[in-house]
Write a protein that binds this ligand. Sequence first.
Ligand SMILES: Nc1ncnc2c1ncn2[C@@H]1O[C@H](COP(=O)(O)OP(=O)(O)OP(=O)(O)O)[C@@H](O)[C@H]1O
Ligand SMILES: [Mg+2]
Length: 330
Amino acid sequence: MKTAIDLGTSDTKIYTLGAGIVLNEPSVVALDTAGGRVKAIGLEAKKLIGKTAENTKTVFPVFEGEVVNEKLAARMLGGFLAKVGYRQSFSSEAMVAVPCGADTALLKKLENTLEACGVDHAYLIETPVAAAIGSGIPLSEYSPCFVIDMGGGVTDIAALSLDGIIAGVSVGLGGKNTDAALIDFIADSCNLQIGLQTAERVKVQIGSLFENDTLGAVVNGRDLSNGRPRSVELRARDVIEPVKKYYDKIFEIAGSVLSKLPPEVSAEIRHKGIYVSGGAAALAGLESYYKAKFNMNVIIAENPAMSTVSGLGSLLGTPELAAKLALNAD
Ligand SMILES: Nc1ncnc2c1ncn2[C@@H]1O[C@H](COP(=O)(O)OP(=O)(O)OP(=O)(O)O)[C@@H](O)[C@H]1O
Ligand SMILES: [Mg+2]
């Protein structure tokens, strides 16, 4: 069975040849604290975050793009693969995404996790390469492009061609930083403590980089003075400052990658524009915000969270190209 796996910090996406994207679930495991028994994975486990009693805990086995708990990552991925009917066979192959420039320790942990799930022949493809292919950017060996993949815990920034990465970085920042900034901001300005899930919901519902966006939401939490449940109504423009932080930081880092490129590569990128993918690229107003900041054309992928897994999926059809682009854990 030929499979593509994007084991993301926030969500795991799986693609199978012939069927396309067959799974997209949170990368979360719910555990029994006493016996360590797995109670739920994926969507069911995410529903429990922040709401469980002492005998259940929820764990994210992938942090900033790196497998931090091999055993739980394997339980989770194994469960997802079983759900999509994965069967190991003589001709099974998998394309798997890794952060740009990942070191051998990270690759080894990922390979161990894959092996524990019965995937023993994996091509490890750097996220920006997969995202570029999945976003449908016209590519060749001599035609470079510039990609920013904004995930939940990692942002990959790279200039690349079908020959590989020309220059790139992977930073441990992503949509989770916006959630954290919203928690701090709402605590300071409204004296209201909100949970991670609520923060993410606020970001998705009303987060916006359009100045004066008036979309509103009711936000529920716990009053920081008396501890009682309380709600506030917030508008998009009220939270633009905390929402901007992560996007501004990535703009700065991307600027420094751009400034070190060889002149011919720069010229081509200037002509093509900047391609942005990853779930955090779905934020309202990002395209016009970045167009103005970069002073260049900016193209946001159509279904940005799925770019990487789609690119991995199309590499299943071109094994020679995949072999050329793949990193090796040994
Ligand atoms: N409409 C939206 N606006 C802003 N952020 C969003 C939106 N929809 C999803 N996100 C954010 O996108 C992030 C998940 O994106 P993605 O699926 O690309 O990450 P991942 O692949 O799991 O993580 P990583 O690549 O960092 O390991 C989460 O932080 C989520 O809150
Ligand atoms: Mg990702």
